[in-house]
Design a protein around this ligand. Sequence first.
Ligand code: NZQ
Ligand code: ZN
Length: 380
Amino acid sequence: MQNFVFKNPTEIIFGKGTIAQIDARIPRDVPILLTYGGGSIKRNGVYQQVRSALDGREVVEFAGIEPNPQYETCLKAVDLVKSHQVQFLLAVGGGSVIDAAKFIAAAAWYDGPDSWDILRTGGQNVKTAIPLGTVLTLPATGTESNGNSVISRRATAEKLHFYADCAFPMFSVLDPETTYTLPAKQVRNGIVDAFVHVMEQYLTFPTDAPLQDRLAEAILATLIEVGPRTLAQPRDYESRASLMWSATLALNTLISCGVPQDWSTHMIGHELTALYGPAHAETLAVVLPGVWAHQLAKKEAKLRQYGQRVWGVTTVEAAIGRTEEFFHSLDMPTLLSAYQINAEEAAEVVGRRFTKRAVKFGEHEDIDGSAAAAIIRSRA
Ligand code: NZQ
Ligand code: ZN
């Protein structure tokens, strides 16, 4: 096992009817910015619960954060934060709203000349941020309990991420009942996103970390069990609750302690979203089997372990096949043709971008521009 530091400062408040508990956790006498997305929280009663918990406080609102949150939108919120001297941010919604809040929190107190540098450098220069809390309404990203944020920029078709210790939320409220109103497609996306998060931290090579392996396998098995049940029985509280907790544990930095990580599926996926528009999880379901096939020899031992322990199959081909079948059973396509994306063209553009940025991803740092292009080409 490699050395590691485990630090997760986010307090999780989990369960039915817990939104009111934000009251005790947010400072009383400072201006607060409440951010949200396109209005789902107004239609399902979450907004009203939040507003009544904030009763008596000075609250400024910023609505309209879009899926794959846009840099330009975030900058408008930063202006609002500055003009109202906001001292606390409350993000209410899915991963996009929370990621945007993290960027707004960092950019508002950033003293460099251009806040896009926060993303260009992956957050290296972010030392402080406005404290933030979240009310999560979509189990998927794990952003409610990590220091990551992913921001898009339409003008340049870029989608970049940053990490900062100070971007961890102080608290996150996870009330599974808020997820009842999610469209099936968002539930499906959430299951696949969480599933692939586990894979990025688990499906690498053996490192004598049996606890991390079994934690990862437990999350995968739980997603396989409760994911389809959530889709079939949308009002089943227990399935909703297990799905929500699984998605948080999949990316709250626990299972990555002391083990190598891949993340090449995500990095290629971000480019596909930025260039062509499919949702985050849609790109992951396409790219993951391609990464596995491309890296088969290097990932063989873990693929075999995964197949045996999670699916009860003995070959790596069966492990990959059962994964694709699982995605298909959720109505999730695994080829680029489902989105009318020309694989040849996408391979060319993404490959060129990786080469120009001189980036190499994967647990062996061998997924460069040409490897990414080959992976994309294999997913036509
Ligand atoms: O905008 P509103 O009206 O709220 O509607 C949203 C949005 O249209 C809707 N929604 C959310 N909760 C709902 C609901 N509709 C009905 N009922 C509810 N309870 O769902 C739509 C999608 O929301 P979004 O926040 O975009 O989805 P998700 O949570 O999947 O977040 C995706 C973003 O997170 C990034 C992705 O790249 C993408 O930009 N990620 C962030 C990560 C992180 N910070 O650690 C890791 C991930 O790998 C990922 O990259
Ligand atoms: Zn993801």
